[in-house]
Design a protein around this ligand. Structure first.
Ligand SMILES: Cc1cc2nc3c(=O)[nH]c(=O)nc-3n(C[C@H](O)[C@H](O)[C@H](O)COP(=O)(O)OP(=O)(O)OC[C@H]3O[C@@H](n4cnc5c(N)ncnc54)[C@H](O)[C@@H]3O)c2cc1C
Length: 385
């Protein structure tokens, strides 16, 4: 937390430049590496900081107050390392995962603590993050290696990360969706610079093309077909890890509106004050929900009630960020819509929260099915993943 609070103002000072250029925040990532934060989720026995989900959520919130884009890319790395570190050994054994999984897992985590970071290459054009619909495929070669072919989109940090967690479907059995850790320099991996979007412009979420072979131990989990299972057993990393990021973005919007109102002598206007007051309360409520979900994830991961809080957290974070940033812009006035004004960027960044899966509409559907006594994982109109 101390590190994150120290870094946030540095990130904030650089945020406008990276956003305007649509550049990846290289200096922010150098700071994260130097501070040892790539090892945030890595157990202390492997050289990391040994954080749990609640600590991650607090760190992500602080980083996002500096630059939401930096915090969002960092979230992808935290999801890879946090999910790997968080799978209980008993569950791994129950899934029949072979012994060599533990050595491979520890190597990935120790590398992260030493300064490597991973991007997530899951989504695809026309498919989004629906794991069950992926067109990227993998085939087992006779020597045990894996041949992976396909194209990914929206891969935050593409071209800058040290490795990619790639999700793909088996050609032998298309019901199996697996994940592979592909090193950044692997021959056959190319990044196509496509990211030029409304918000979170500094995430460098470019397309990635894959036509390559990776060794046998690149299969994460050492057993095929774990990706969908992990999404259901540990929905917090798929659904709600961004929630803290977007609440941080929302808080940054309130802070920016307060500074602007003081500078422009708007603070005496009752409508400006009440907009800021309502926004302050909404952000505090969303943050409490994220903190409660995160606390439950640490205490009872995957539990029915925990998952309900996880989906609530994602819903409230995404919706609150978009609404609060829009209201703060309106309170600040047209001068805050000029390119380079913090509120102009925060308005666009905040807009992405409810669009990122699980979208606010999908979260609302999940929560509605649960409230009506159905099974929210299977009673949706379309597969959740
Ligand atoms: C800033 C940013 C960074 C990202 N970074 C990454 C990354 O690093 N790695 C990565 O793999 N992906 C990343 N993504 C992509 C993200 O995970 C999604 O895959 C992507 O946003 C899906 O977009 P889509 O256009 O396919 O829309 P969809 O998510 O398919 O949404 C289209 C519409 O369909 C609805 N919908 C979607 N699913 C369902 C359902 N099950 N039931 C009912 N309605 C549904 C939605 O609510 C929406 O109205 C990022 C996205 C953003 C915005």
């Amino acid at each position: 937390m101390d590190i994150a609070r120290r870094l946030a103002p540095r990130f904030a000072a650089r945020a406008a430049g990276y956003d305007a250029a649509g550049d990846f925040p290289v200096d922010d990532f150098a700071d994260l590496r130097d501070a040892g934060l790539f090892g945030l989720m890595v157990p202390t026995r492997l050289g990391g900081l040994g954080a749990g989900f609640a600590e991650y959520a607090r760190v992500a919130y602080e980083l996002a107050r500096g630059n939401g884009a930096t915090a969002l890319v960092f979230n992808m790395h935290a999801s890879v390392t946090g999910a790997l570190a968080g799978v209980p050994d008993v569950m791994v054994e129950a899934l029949g995962v072979p012994e060599h999984f533990f050595a491979a897992r520890d190597r990935i985590l120790a590398d992260a603590a030493a300064g490597r970071w991973y991007a997530v290459a899951m989504s695809e054009r026309g498919v989004g993050s629906r794991l069950s619909q992926l067109s990227t495929s993998y085939t087992r070669e006779p020597d045990g290696s894996w041949r992976i072919k396909g194209a990914k989109s929206f891969c935050s940090g593409a071209g800058h990360s040290d490795g990619y967690l790639v999700a793909a479907r088996s050609t032998a059995d298309p019901s199996l969706v697996s994940q592979f850790l592909v090193p950044a320099g692997a021959p056959g991996l190319t990044v196509e610079p496509t990211w030029d979007a409304l918000g979170m412009r500094a995430t460098g979420s470019h397309d990635v093309h894959l036509d390559l072979t990776v060794p046998e131990d690149a299969l994460v989990g050492a057993v095929e077909g774990l990706a969908l299972l992990v999404a259901q057993l540990m929905p917090h990393w798929m659904v709600a890890s961004y929630a803290a990021v977007y609440v941080g973005v929302a808080r940054a919007a309130v802070d920016a509106a307060v500074s602007h109102s003081r500078e422009r002598r708007l603070a005496g206007l009752p409508n400006v004050r009440s907009r800021i007051g309502r926004a302050d309360a909404a952000v505090a409520a969303a943050k409490l929900t994220v903190d409660e979900a995160a606390r439950r994830v640490d205490e009872a991961p995957g539990d029915e009630e925990t998952n309900r809080w996880v989906w609530r957290a994602k819903y409230l974070a995404g919706t609150t960020a978009a609404e609060v940033a829009a209201s703060m812009l309106e309170a600040a006035g047209t001068s805050a819509t000029r390119r380079g004004h913090p509120l102009e960027r925060l308005y666009r960044d905040a807009r992405c929260g409810s669009l990122q899966p699980a979208t606010s509409d999908v979260c609302a559907d999940w929560l509605g099915v649960a409230a009506l006594g159905g099974d929210p994982e299977s009673d949706g109109t379309a597969p959740r993943w």
